[in-house]
Design a protein around this ligand. Structure first.
Ligand code: ZN
Ligand code: ZN
Length: 240
């Protein structure tokens, strides 16, 4: 029996899902996928990518454009906005990682990203002010690492997930822009990246609930008065 590439990808998706759900093991999954004519090694890449897309994490090995598109479509269909947002967070990290490590542009991947991002973006098009910190990161060695980690503070999807978890009040001083400024301050907050960039490995993927935190621009500026930055607790203790 011969399968087209499209058919193979569709099968792989089903198998990857079974692995993700724990119904079959990774090696069982890879063996079944291999029976559809994919090499064992790329079978693993496809299973691994599905797992990361569902978790909103970085995947480093590339899957083809058809598969990327198909995975996102199916995830959106099955898991709606929340599922798609996680998958996009994962894809964005993948593209950033790939572009920074290979020096090549991932045009197809960006196209796919933008197309699906259009489906989820209207909920929070202008929710957060783009802060960030290009110049504070200069002193770290390794341009790749800088850019990858720096992109997390700018990533809309990561920010949004962080804000949904913590709310819109500053986690240092409790300032809330909407309480102070009414409608004008609605949805306004900075998002700070907690992980010390110098300690982050090349394959680091962001967890919006543990690695990012909402802070007001004043506290954000104070956090970055020291390098590496103050911790939230340290800054809290400094407030009189
Ligand atoms: Zn504050
Ligand atoms: Zn910051």
């Amino acid at each position: 029996m011969k399968y087209t590439l499209e058919e193979r990808i569709q099968k792989v998706y089903e198998i990857a899902k079974e692995v993700y759900l724990g119904n079959i093991s990774v090696s069982q999954g890879a063996r079944i996928v291999a029976d559809f004519g994919l090499k064992q090694s790329s079978a693993l890449d496809y299973i691994y990518a599905y797992y990361k897309l569902r978790e909103g994490k970085l995947y480093t090995r590339t899957i083809n454009a058809y598969a990327t598109d198909y995975y996102l479509k199916e995830i959106y269909y099955e898991f709606g906005n929340i599922g798609l947002r996680k998958a996009l967070l994962s894809l964005d990290q993948h593209i950033t990682y790939y572009e920074q490590t290979s020096g090549a542009k991932v045009k197809k991947g960006r196209e796919i990203y933008n197309r699906y991002f259009d489906l989820v973006k209207e909920n929070y098009a202008e929710t957060v002010f783009p802060d960030e910190v290009d110049n504070e990161i200069k002193y770290f060695e390794g341009k790749t690492k800088q850019i990858i980690v720096n992109s997390y503070e700018r990533n809309q999807l990561a920010r949004q997930e962080c804000i949904e978890h913590f709310g819109l009040s500053c986690q240092v001083c409790d300032f809330n822009f909407q309480e102070k400024f009414g409608e004008l301050g609605r949805n306004f907050i900075h998002v700070h990246h907690l992980i010390d960039i110098a300690t982050v490995g090349k394959e680091y993927s962001v967890n919006p609930k543990t690695d990012l935190i909402p802070v007001c621009p004043n506290c954000h500026a104070m956090l970055h008065k020291k390098k590496p930055a103050f911790s939230i607790l340290e800054l809290k203790q400094l407030i009189k």
